[in-house]
Design a protein around this ligand. Structure first.
Ligand SMILES: [Zn+2]
Length: 502
């Protein structure tokens, strides 16, 4: 978090006014990283799966969220301190005080639990008041006056159900088909206490996969059948067991540990996506939500969780079997027919939905934490090369003798070739390498006196700190090959003997 703040990844929002809990800005490097995560997600879902992407408003009229169940069910149980007035989410204070999970309990059971375990205000030790419901949606109105109530969307999913008729026509009636949306979601958290992990405004990437409930097959399931999954079943959690089932995606489907083949497929795809971001497979597990934890629309939910040092296991994606809940509710509420006519089966089908839903902000934190390497002499981010915000640093060895002019020309040349390069001439060369390491820049190019004589520069490798020399005319091609792992570092140029200070 220190590097993230200091180096422009993540900042508290509204900082000069004291900040507001649950809101963060992405700085210049954080924004690039966030966009890279989004782009990679598109690579999987839009390019890989061939799903359609749409983009709809955040402001959502009340009737939509009434039909979707969010007005009645998007609730958090809360309590207030009788002494200092601080508000808390019951599940959070209960877990902090007892390590136990009260989600799924009735309000009355929660109150009993809090009394039995003598849970007090974590801020002042005062007594906590009654448990009551708080709707976690941000409320607003459309236009002047208070008549047209609306909310900031709690998920991007609803638009994909609302637009279903147009979307299924776009898919020419073929099933299964998928739709995605990437955008902001909002949850008016009662008292967010976990920094970047508990946000009130966040970016999410959601896919709705519409299928015939009689045919929940994925055409490419065989591609992921052998992918190993670590599953923590709801029943084992309820019995207090930590046991993880290690099975292949194929076994998970065959043994009916997951509801259907589509769910098995998207669990495997989620694991591949997280590994592709740079999260080690050993730090990934899938936790099945217990019935009490599940959202009102879901018949089965799997949370993809990543192990972190700072926050423990962090949920980064949720895969829900939403059945035909949303389409049926919207059909009833709007009076529209939201079925598909199946030409093969000569009948109307109300589609069921499997929804892989990802946060973008939380994986970003996980990527940074897992990339951090602290060695005796240096700290660096071992980001995957395709995730590094800056691809190449360009430095003049010293700030005179015409080296800065030459280095700036090299820098401009690399930017012109589409490489995300950064120019830095402040402080010693050792300090500049250290700064580049700290933000995970895979390669640094240094212009020295030899450059003026023979037109070659050094390239330094972040992970090994080894250096090679390469001619400027070949530099952008060499860097592109290195960034794409098409060539090994020591084969890409002439080895440079190690000097001190670098
Ligand atoms: Zn208090």
């Amino acid at each position: 978090m220190d590097i993230a703040l200091r180096r422009g990844f993540i900042w508290p929002s509204f900082e000069i006014y004291g900040g507001v809990g649950g809101f963060y800005d992405f700085g210049p490097l954080g924004t690039i990283l966030k966009n890279k995560i989004i782009q990679k997600w598109r690579d999987y879902y839009v390019f890989g799966e061939g799903f359609f992407e749409i983009d709809s408003p955040s402001v959502t009229p009340e009737e939509v969220l009434k039909a979707s169940g969010h007005v009645d069910h998007f609730l958090d149980a809360m309590t207030e301190c009788q002494k200092c007035g601080a508000a808390f989410r019951v599940a959070d204070v209960a877990r902090e005080a007892t390590g136990k999970d009260v989600e799924g309990m009735s309000r009355h059971e929660m109150e009993q639990f809090m009394q039995e375990h003598r849970v007090r205000c974590p801020d002042c030790g005062g007594e906590l008041g009654p448990v009551f419901d708080f709707n976690a949606m941000f409320r607003t109105t459309i236009g002047p006056g208070a008549k047209r109530v609306a909310y900031l969307r709690p998920e991007t999913a609803q638009a994909m159900f609302i637009d279903f008729k147009r979307l299924q026509r776009h898919a020419r009636g073929k099933l299964p088909f998928g739709v995605v949306q990437i955008g902001k979601g909002y949850r008016n958290e009662i008292s967010p206490r976990q920094g970047i992990i508990r946000l009130r405004e966040f970016t999410m990437a959601e896919a709705e996969v519409f299928f015939d409930p009689d045919d929940p097959h994925h055409p490419k399931f065989s591609d992921v059948a052998s992918e190993e999954l670590r599953l923590w079943l709801a029943g084992d959690q309820e019995r207090g067991k930590k046991l993880l089932n290690e099975v292949t995606a194929e076994q998970a489907v065959k043994k009916k540990l997951v509801c259907n083949e589509l769910m098995g497929y998207y669990l495997a795809l989620t694991k591949r996506f997280l590994i592709d971001l740079g999260i080690p497979s050993g730090a990934i597990r899938f936790r099945q939500q217990t019935p009490g934890q599940r959202a009102h629309y879901s018949a089965e939910t799997w949370d993809a969780e990543v192990s972190t040092e700072r926050f423990g296991w962090v949920e980064v994606a949720g895969l829900a079997y939403r059945t035909d809940y949303d389409l049926s509710r919207h059909a009833k509420s709007s009076g529209e027919d939201l079925t598909v006519f199946s030409a093969d089966k000569k009948r109307k089908v109300m589609c069921h939905v499997v929804e892989p839903s990802y946060g973008i902000d939380r994986p970003l934190y996980c990527v940074l934490e897992h990339a951090l390497v602290q060695e005796k002499n240096r700290t660096y981010l071992r980001l995957k090369k395709d995730m590094a915000p800056i691809e190449v640093g360009v430095f003049p060895l010293i700030s005179r003798d015409g080296l800065p002019e030459k280095a700036l020309a090299v820098y401009e040349g690399l930017r012109g070739k589409g490489l995300m390069a950064e120019y830095d001439d402040s402080g010693s060369i050792g300090r500049r390498y250290a700064r580049a390491d700290e933000v995970g820049t895979p390669y640094c190019v240094t212009i020295d006196h030899q450059t003026l004589r023979d037109g070659t520069v050094t390239i330094r490798d972040r992970d090994t700190t080894r250096q090679i020399r390469v001619g400027i005319e070949k530099l952008s091609n060499v860097l592109c090959s290195l960034l794409r792992d098409e060539v090994s570092f020591m084969d890409a140029g002439e080895a440079v003997k190690k000097r001190g200070g670098s």
